[in-house]
Design a protein. Structure first.
Length: 136
């Protein structure tokens, strides 16, 4: 075999490997209904924290057990179990993205991503003059 044939073969193998890993690892946001239909399969779910339900975290009992209730974009609420410490400022988050799978009637999250409120939207003026760059 010539050297050029070996190089082309290696490039093709690497290209196929990249395509396969991209297809198997990519996922879109889902909801609790789809996750419940396929228990054990990993899903990314975006939702908002249900502030009327309790957030359960007691570091003296179990530092790696944190539970809360999340409402997905379809309005369905589920209990989320996160087997890691509670993230700082969790209660202040506007949206929460959870990655994990359903087991029974609970969502077992293996990672969390929090979207906190922006500090730049607090004092936003109603109208803005583009000539003087001042709030009206």
């Amino acid at each position: 075999m010539k050297t050029i044939h070996i190089v082309i073969l290696l490039v093709l193998v690497i290209a196929v490997a990249v395509v396969v890993t991209t297809l198997t690892d990519s996922s879109t946001y889902s909801n609790f209904s789809e996750a419940a239909a396929k228990p054990g399969k990993e899903f990314h779910i975006i939702g908002s924290l249900d502030r009327s339900k309790p957030i359960d975290y007691d570091a003296t009992k179990n530092v790696n057990r944190f539970t809360f209730f999340l409402i997905d974009d379809k309005g369905l609420e589920k209990k989320v179990v996160y087997n890691n410490p509670k993230p700082q400022d969790f209660e202040k988050s506007e949206k929460v993205v959870i990655v994990g799978s359903m087991k029974n009637d609970e969502f077992l999250a293996k990672s969390l991503l929090l979207k906190c409120p922006s500090k730049y939207n607090a004092n936003k003026p109603e109208k803005f003059d583009t000539k003087t760059y001042k709030a009206k």
